[in-house]
Design a protein. Structure first.
Lengths: 138, 143
């Protein structure tokens, strides 16, 4: 039960962060990426604020032997820079630049009632599913 | 044009960071949205851990509703309603974050503070391609 309650709470706080920061507005994201046009540098502050809190927070949390609801901390340990990482991130950047949505704000947008999100989010899930099949095959 | 909002963006960013720290504290996991979404798609690996992730996703959807109700502020939200554009953007983002094992949250918010080389390279790559894409659409094609 605690797992679910704190899962919900973290999701809510994450969502409030997206809304307050302006990340939930694709127009703002696209202006952030438009550094030679209607540049809006706000999102540098979003990433800055988040990175500082995580930098300090992870240090404090990882002093514990284990997470509250699990046995071990599962931290990614991969080091290799492979083709999938580069091609995948490049593709993500292109799609981000077209629609102004990355996955988090795309979920939050479900309750903001635009027409575009109902085209975007199902397509995102199909793309994500395809990537799982591609990765499994390689 | 959108308004430059350094203070609100910093506060919002800090909240995103706080949520990521909570996911690590309580669940021992990186708060990567694409990773969380991927868990709901086949081939499934571990169904037991889906419940808290579903609650997290539900929280994300609920947040704007609660925020608007209690603050009285209407959330600014301008989205393209072009069917072809939004479907292709979604497919490319989904495929990309899947292959690249992460998005703005997993690689950016959670990876940069861990000084993960993979995440830093991923973040630089998607930022650069995002900027390049907007430049091409707005100033080469549209300009």
């Amino acid at each position: 039960m605690g797992k679910i309650v704190f899962g919900l709470l973290s999701g809510l706080i994450f969502g409030f962060g997206l809304v307050i920061s302006g990340m939930s507005n694709p127009a703002k994201v696209l202006n952030f990426l438009d550094i030679f046009g209607t540049f809006d540098p706000s999102l540098i502050f979003v990433m800055g604020g988040a990175v500082i809190v995580v930098f300090v927070g992870y240090r404090l949390v990882l002093r514990r032997k284990q997470p509250v609801f699990d046995q071990v901390f599962q931290i990614p340990s991969r080091k290799e820079i492979d083709k999938n990482l580069i091609i995948g991130s490049a593709l993500f950047g292109i799609g981000w630049g077209i629609g102004g949505f990355c996955p988090g704000p795309a979920i939050t947008a479900l309750s903001l009632g635009s027409e575009g999100i109902f085209y975007f989010l199902p397509s995102l899930l199909i793309g994500l599913w395809l990537s799982k099949i591609l990765k499994k095959g390689s | 044009m959108t308004e430059f909002t350094p203070f609100a963006s910093l506060v919002g960013g800090a909240l995103i960071g706080l949520a990521a720290v909570m996911v690590m504290l309580f669940h021992g996991r990186i708060a990567g949205i694409s990773g969380i979404l991927g868990r709901f798609l086949p081939p499934w690996s571990n169904n037991k851990s889906l419940l808290w992730r579903a609650a997290f996703v539900f929280g994300l959807i609920l947040a704007p509703i609660i925020y608007q109700k209690f603050s009285g502020i209407k959330i600014e939200h301008i989205v393209s309603n072009n069917l072809i554009i939004m479907i292709s953007a979604g497919l490319i983002v989904g495929l990309g974050v899947g292959l690249g094992s992460g998005c703005t949250s997993g690689h950016g918010v959670c990876g940069i503070p861990r000084a993960s080389v993979r995440s830093i390279i991923a973040t630089i790559t998607f930022m650069s391609f995002g900027i390049l894409t907007v430049f091409t659409i707005r100033h080469v094609i549209g300009g």
